[in-house]
Design a protein around this ligand. Sequence first.
Ligand code: MN
Length: 261
Amino acid sequence: MSPAPKKLALEMPLILVSSEVEDKGREFGDYSISLSIRYERALLNAGAIPWVMPTTTTPSLVAEVVRRCDGLMLTGGEDVNPELYGPPLEKSLQEKVHLTPDGGQRDLRECLLVREALSQGKPILAICRGHQVLNVALGGTLIPDIHSARPECIEHRRMDRRTEVVHQARLTPDSLLSKITGKQLFGVNSTHHQAVDRVAPGLRVSALSEDGIVEALEFEASSGESLPFLLSVQFHPERLEDRYSEHKAIFRAFVAACKQT
Ligand code: MN
């Protein structure tokens, strides 16, 4: 037998990828796993093997799955249940929030994943909903609807331009994101109506839109501590990495960090 497959596996880290659940998948007419193929393409392009997370919420099983992977990628989807970060919303606001169709299982699973990945020192890349889940899992809060809370902001939910640059993100100097991309300002897409409000303890803002929305988070730098890679972004680099080097660089840096674990 050739040793090649083992070598290939060592060179390509295995990245656990969370998915959405649809209540009536087209093929099976049943609860179905749903995940844009762009996420796995972006990981494959960066030299990693994507591994879709099983839909379990059993803590010991989540811990075991995290143990077997080299990194965790949280993806986009429906809104995080506001009751996980604050009191119940008023009815008018409730109507603007769209929860996952699985009765809160995805919220629970992803909060468990964040805690396990951090306690096991595994790198995390969190995208869009994932960026919000990460902040909530670590004790932060969200703006449940940008329009209602900050009417002065631009429209951040541009589903019509989901693969195009919609607004700029200004990076915090010396942030991980500025080091990865080599930029202070770059264009991002924007398909969200919620945003990070209070940043969780231990995290810091690494990018803001011109109207003050938190577009990226990372670990707060603390002297002498060696922390694993952690980056969350409100935008969707997997829809831009085929054309924009700064978005490709995010996946490259994440996969490089996963190879070190
Ligand atoms: Mn935005």
